[in-house]
Write a protein that binds this ligand. Structure first.
Ligand code: GDP
Ligand code: IMO
Ligand code: MG
Length: 424
């Protein structure tokens, strides 16, 4: 087992950063393949809290090279803020981090468009406001600025002219707002390009070589399958392929290479932003989970909506990403609650569904719950849990038909039990 994909199996924030950091200590490469600085991946080491947005969560390990592959949308200014924010813990050097010359650049026009669309309230998605959707629109529309374009100012101006043609009209006549001039944006991006030059590489060939050499690779997904542009609760999704399929296009490896797809699952459900969430709890217990779990977005600080574990959605994520095992996180948050429920099916228009699928109208889903005995466990003994906690884990394994390979019971690096070996 030399390649492992870390895939969020819910609506993001499942604890991918923590698990990537854990397995990253054995990896040669940790690779981000999609998304951008909409991600917020938290790693806690002793009393240090590190939140990574664009930089892969392998960066804390000396042995490991981090790669931002071509499927990522990259924001140069935010990148340097991030480097600055972690400088007391780690120095980000071109030896430790490689950025694809083909990654798509997020410009100020993208952030402005994102902000205007969200702000006018007509079709609010509840985005992170980082310009992610508009940047991917330009990529698919074949007018994006790529990292390699940042090094030639004349070329950059030409490309920005193409990219801005329609947007300028929208800003002036439709949204009636000011926007940065092309010269100003070109100069800004060019200067960032100069600072980035040493980090930039053909990461496709780097990953290809690593594959040929049998190196240990960890593909770090951002967001989660239920936010995937194709598989998620559209239109309340992000604009990239967040599942395992994103690895093939976003990092340039094909199916057979990634043998283990580790789905990261929070022991309950959270969601930030708009969109349906069948198991959301509006009563006090939801508030308790939010408070005990400290459920605030790592990127925007917004409160995360909380609910019970949603097995129909998980069954679907597992199919959609061919997930082979699970890391179940934040069990400590449920430990000690007086009530424990799990959603095993939805009822929609009088019909029962035990597995979601694309196009199922989750806004109409009435969750069917099974009540379970609550558990109390201090997680001090490896793989020996309270009977009730075992019941919870076994129910998840049986329903989803895959093993829970890791359980996590606290935010710190070592608050974890391995029930299965990863990276032999
Ligand atoms: P990611 O986006 O999937 O990397 O997850 P986030 O970092 O956005 O959110 C997960 C939050 O839960 C972070 O604050 C983590 O420090 C924290 N966390 C991760 N695993 C556990 C756990 O097992 N228990 C508790 N209490 N917190 C955890
Ligand atoms: P990590 O990697 C949770 C959500 C936003 C919004 C939708 C679209 O930390 O798990 P976008 O800015 O991407 O256009 O927003 O997706 N979202 C996330 N929710 N975790 C994330 O990342 C997210 N990244 C985006 O809240 O609902
Ligand atoms: Mg997060």
């Amino acid at each position: 087992m030399n390649t492992i994909a870390i895939i969020g199996a819910q609506w993001g924030d499942e604890g991918k950063g923590k698990i990537t950091d854990l397995l990253g200590q054995h990896a040669d490469y940790v690779i981000r393949f999609q998304g951008g600085n909409n991600a917020g991946h938290t790693i806690i080491v002793k009393d240090k809290k590190i939140v990574l947005h664009q930089i892969p969560s392998g960066i804390l390990h000396d042995n490991c090279t981090s790669i931002i592959a071509h499927g990522v949308v990259f924001e140069p200014e935010a990148f340097w803020h991030e480097v600055e924010s972690i400088k007391d813990h780690i120095t980000v050097t071109p030896e430790r981090l490689k950025i694809s010359l083909n990654a798509t650049v997020i410009t100020r026009y993208h952030k402005l468009l994102d902000a205007i669309r969200e702000g006018n309230g007509k079709r609010k998605i509840g985005t992170t406001g980082k310009g992610i959707g508009p940047a991917y629109e330009d990529k698919i529309g074949r007018r994006a600025i790529k990292i390699k374009d940042l090094f030639d100012k004349e070329l950059l101006i030409q490309k920005l002219q193409i990219a801005l043609e329609e947007k300028a009209y929208l800003f002036e006549h439709f949204y009636k707002t000011d926007f940065p001039s092309i010269e100003e944006e070109a100069e800004r991006l060019y200067q960032y390009g100069q600072k980035l030059f040493a980090f930039v590489e053909d990461t496709f060939s780097l990953i290809d070589k690593a594959t040929q050499e049998g190196k240990k690779m960890l593909f770090e997904g951002a967001q989660g399958v239920l936010l995937d542009i194709d598989y998620g609760s559209y239109p309340y999704v992000t604009s990239s392929s967040t599942g395992a399929a994103g690895i093939y296009t976003g990092a340039g490896v094909t199916n057979g290479v990634v043998t283990e797809k580790l789905g990261i699952v929070k022991a309950y459900t959270t969601r930030v932003g708009e969109g349906p969430m069948p198991t959301e709890i509006s009563e006090e217990i939801g508030h308790m989970i939010q408070t005990i779990g400290n459920e605030f977005g790592a990127t925007t600080g917004r409160k995360r909506r909380c609910g019970w574990l949603d097995l129909p959605s998980l069954k679907y994520s597992i199919k959609a990403s061919s997930i082979t095992s699970i890391a179940l996180t934040k069990l400590d948050v449920l430990s000690g609650l007086d009530e424990l429920k799990i959603c095993y099916a939805y009822e929609i228009d009088g019909k029962e569904y035990d597995c979601a699928y694309p196009g199922l109208d989750l806004a109409k889903a009435k969750p069917k719950y099974k009540s379970l005995p609550p558990f109390k466990d201090d997680f001090s003994k490896d793989n020996q849990y309270a009977t009730e906690l075992n019941e919870y884990i076994e129910l998840i394994e049986q329903t989803l038909n895959i093993p829970v390979g890791i359980i996590a019971f606290g935010p710190e690096r070592d608050q974890i039990h391995l029930r299965k070996k990863y990276f032999h």
